[in-house]
Design a protein around this ligand. Structure first.
Ligand code: AMP
Ligand code: MN
Ligand code: MN
Length: 340
């Protein structure tokens, strides 16, 4: 094994191995609008457990985006949102991946809160956590939850099959923006290398995730980028998804992933945002930052969260209302952070 694990992590991995055993029905879940890390971590862990004879199901609060369906195909019993509550009700153990907050489990929050079974958590978010009790394997310094599932496998000497490795590689690749973001540590690359050692073809994984888009994705991107506003004095830039554009281009919100990197790519920008209308009169704001600007701290008073350089909030109100509130707060916040 090319990475070292603290005694604390080895102990936490052993506790999980004792909990996730044959005879127990294990249900895995992740946050709403699952991303490559949430799904890849679930699929990786599901294959690891299946290989050990554990009865394991995945039940998510919202559907799998088309670009990640290739990962789920080899798991016949993946539940989608409609049956997810039923699946959770039959579980002896729940494992929540890539989130520590109950509220981000959407329609499954209440069931997870009330079941009374152990709720294990494997996550890398900066959050005190609001899940029911259960063993935790949480490390905010990890680039992706996929890193942590890899560590758990390595700690327990569970074999990394090609299926496991592919899913965990997708998890780490997507949360690091293809190994480019500041969360990419030497350890991240060592773990990714361990996964590639199984014989994975990184290009085919890249093509599956990033080069298999509907034509509406670049068309929507073009429209969103037209809305770009840059405020050079404070180092703020944002784009707005025009209302109705997602439906008009016949895409899904997953196709918006990565757009916020464009305002972040501008010289001098320290805080980049993407605004989009959600259903039920709410607006989602994706926040990305560089350097000393901490968007997890910025998001907190608004009930959001995430990581230092990548966070999100969802606020009630119309698009202009939320935009006015968040932009005013962002200007204030940025004025308080000296330029490095
Ligand atoms: P996104 O902007 O959706 O790509 O999310 C960036 C990061 O912020 C991810 O780690 C999310 O888990 C987190 N995040 C996004 N939206 C929220 C929210 N409403 N509340 C808490 N965390 C969020
Ligand atoms: Mn995630
Ligand atoms: Mn993640």
């Amino acid at each position: 094994m090319s990475i070292s694990l603290s005694n604390e992590k080895l102990a936490a991995a052993a506790v999980l191995a004792e909990l996730l055993v044959p005879g127990r029905r294990v249900c895995l879940t992740t946050h709403v609008n699952p991303d490559g890390d949430g799904l890849g971590s679930e699929v990786g862990l599901a294959h690891l457990l299946k290989a050990r004879g554990v009865d394991v199901l995945i039940a998510n609060p919202t559907v799998t985006p088309a670009r990640f369906e290739f990962l789920m195909r080899s798991l016949p019993k993946v539940d989608r949102s409609a049956e997810a509550v039923k699946t959770l009700r039959g579980a002896d153990v729940i494992v929540v991946l890539d989130i520590s907050d109950l509220s981000r489990l959407g329609m499954l929050s209440q069931t997870v809160a009330e079941r009374g079974v152990p709720v294990a958590c494997i996550d890398h978010h900066v959050s005190p956590g609001t899940l029911p009790p259960g063993p935790h394997y949480v490390d905010p310094s990890a680039a992706a939850t996929g890193e942590l599932v890899s560590e758990i496998a390595l700690a327990n000497r569970w074999p990394l099959t090609a299926e496991v490795a592919r899913a965990l590689y997708v998890a780490i690749m997507t949360d690091t923006g293809g190994f480019r973001f500041s969360n990419t540590r030497p350890r991240t690359l060592r773990i990714a290398a361990e996964l590639l050692e199984t014989g994975l073809d990184p290009e085919s994984i890249y093509l599956d995730v990033y080069a298999n888009a509907p034509a509406g994705r670049p068309r929507l991107l073009a429209e969103a980028l037209q809305t770009l506003v840059v405020e050079e004095d404070v180092g703020l830039a944002w784009v707005t998804v025009p209302p109705g554009a997602v439906e008009r281009h016949k895409v899904t919100v997953d196709d918006l992933d990565g757009i916020v990197e464009f305002p972040r790519s501008i010289a001098g920008v320290r805080l980049a945002m993407l605004f989009r209308e959600m259903s039920q009169g709410r607006v989602k704001v994706s926040l990305r930052s560089v350097g000393d600007v901490d968007v997890a701290a910025f998001a907190k008073p608004f009930g959001g969260g995430g990581h230092v350089h990548a966070s999100g909030v969802a606020l009630p109100g119309s698009l202009p209302e939320v935009q006015a509130t968040i932009l005013a707060a962002a200007r204030d916040y940025l004025r308080g952070v000296p330029r490095g």
